[in-house]
Design a protein around this ligand. Structure first.
Ligand code: COA
Length: 428
């Protein structure tokens, strides 16, 4: 991917809006350790985590130079640390096909509690969307701490994630035999292999994103700032032919009874069905363990089919996870594949302007042609709803029922929904 995002000038509309409020919007020079450390500490504070150690700061500085890093400064304060933060970078988003589209990833949206509700987030998000659009990205994506924030900027929830608790004293493995090899390894020995496995996983499923080294490495083993980082264990799965196909990183905690430890999965990567079943079997059959917890799995995680007692493997939560903001309707819709052919005219509403308009989508042989049109609309929907159905998740019907998609909801559903629901298996 290009590095133009690092040097593209700061958005003028947002710069002026913040200047009117006595604040300064600026790109952070990530080669200036003191300036970058101030930004990193402000980001950590925004997410309510502890102050970062020197070691953690040095590690983050090493990794994060590939992101566009923006701060908001109140120059009337003596500290010089930002009161608002955001970072962004381009990465491939896997869309139905699977195919890839270059996406604009946004993270680290924080505003200091001392400066909340003065329009800082509005300036940061507006600036990100205008910058992404100016650089030619047809959509922006993010994961969120709260689901009430990003709809106002045109993002819609497009993937959902499940959390599980498995009572391993209650369930028995009833899934298939797997022939590959499981072995313990250490993050430093597995780094390159693990990154390659993750890249395979991400490219194979709509909703996943290509992970920069920092995001991949923290799934393989904990980063410097992780509490309890010495507790992590890493087990790899290799196929009978010796091909690396998956791994699981997890911690084990005693719970007052040595026969009933708790295993918390940090990340389970499976590039093949064999890797998935082998790693799940490994977790379920661990001795001296009573419970395995895992989160950020797909809504179609096949666990119930792999154990003797369905109720021994409980879904403990289902949450919105990846949010999609379409910026360029023809480019975004033409980048994915479709499972049925058909034709629809979509009227897209977008208060911020980027995606507004009427478009005809014609799908033939699974490939779409999308052009602006004056024809009558079959379906009218806000850009948030278009983002929600874009990756294939089963959302058109409920959004139609709620009155947020009008017209031929069933036709939209048939065209956009995919047999395998999209999934994003990590945070960014
Ligand atoms: C969420 C956060 C970034 C908002 O920043 P902010 O500068 O106060 O937001 P703004 O002043 O630009 O507010 C924009 C609008 O969003 C609303 N809003 C902002 N945060 C909200 C929240 N957490 N819940 C509900 N509404 C919220 C505001 O009321 C305002 O609404 P309006 O346009 O109808 O007036 C800030 O509260 C924060 O840093 N929170 C902790 C970190 C976090 O959760 N970040 C999001 C990570 S994904």
């Amino acid at each position: 991917m290009s590095t133009e995002h690092l040097t593209h000038p700061i958005d003028e509309t947002s710069r002026r809006a913040l200047a009117d409020a006595g604040l300064r919007l600026a790109l952070v020079d990530t080669s200036d350790a003191a300036a970058f450390d101030g930004w990193l500490q402000a980001d950590a504070r925004g997410f309510l985590t502890a102050r970062m150690s020197r070691e953690a700061l040095a590690e983050e500085r090493g990794y994060l130079t590939t992101r566009r890093t923006t701060g908001v400064y109140d120059d009337s304060l003596p500290s010089g640390s930002p009161v608002g933060t955001v970072s962004s970078w381009p990465a491939p988003l896997t869309v139905p096909g699977p195919a890839e589209i270059p996406a604009w990833l946004i993270s680290s949206v924080t505003v200091a509690p001392t400066h909340r509700r003065k329009g800082v987030a509005t300036a940061l998000l507006g600036g990100e969307l205008r910058t992404a659009h100016a650089l030619g990205y047809s959509l922006a994506v993010l994961t969120v701490s709260e689901s009430v924030i990003y709809g106002r900027w045109g993002f819609g929830p497009a993937t959902f994630a499940t959390a599980w608790s498995v009572d391993t004293k209650r369930v028995r493995w009833t899934g298939p035999e797997t022939a590959g090899r499981l072995s313990f390894t250490e993050p430093e020995d597995y780094r390159e292999t693990g990154r390659a496995v993750i890249a395979r996983v991400m490219a194979s499923r709509a909703g996943e994103v290509g992970l920069e080294p920092r995001l991949a490495d923290r799934l393989i083993g904990p980063l410097a700032g992780t509490p309890d980082k010495d507790e992590y264990r890493l087990v790899r799965y290799d196929s009978p032919a010796g091909e690396p196909e998956g791994f699981v990183s997890y911690t084990v905690k005693e719970q007052g009874d040595f026969t009933k430890h708790l295993v918390e999965v940090s990340y389970l990567a499976a590039a093949t069905d064999e890797a998935l079943t082998a790693l799940w079997r490994y977790l379920i059959e661990l001795d001296l363990v009573a419970e395995v917890r895992v989160s950020v799995r797909g809504v179609d995680e096949p666990l119930h089919a792999l154990v003797s007692d369905i109720r021994g493997a409980r879904v403990t939560g289902v949450e919105d996870h990846l949010w999609v903001r379409i910026l360029d309707v023809p480019a975004a819709l033409a980048a994915r594949r479709y499972e049925t052919d058909g034709s629809l005219v979509l009227e897209v509403e977008d208060a911020l302007g980027f995606a507004a308009g009427r478009f005809r989508i014609d799908v033939e042989g699974g490939a779409a042609t999308v052009i602006p049109t004056q024809d009558g609309a079959d379906v009218t929907l806000p850009v948030t709803a278009l983002g929600s159905v874009y990756l294939g998740h089963d959302l058109a019907r409920s959004l139609g029922l709620a009155g947020r998609i009008r017209g031929d909801v069933a036709g939209l559903d048939r065209l956009f929904r995919t047999a395998v629901p999209p999934r994003l298996s990590t945070w960014f």
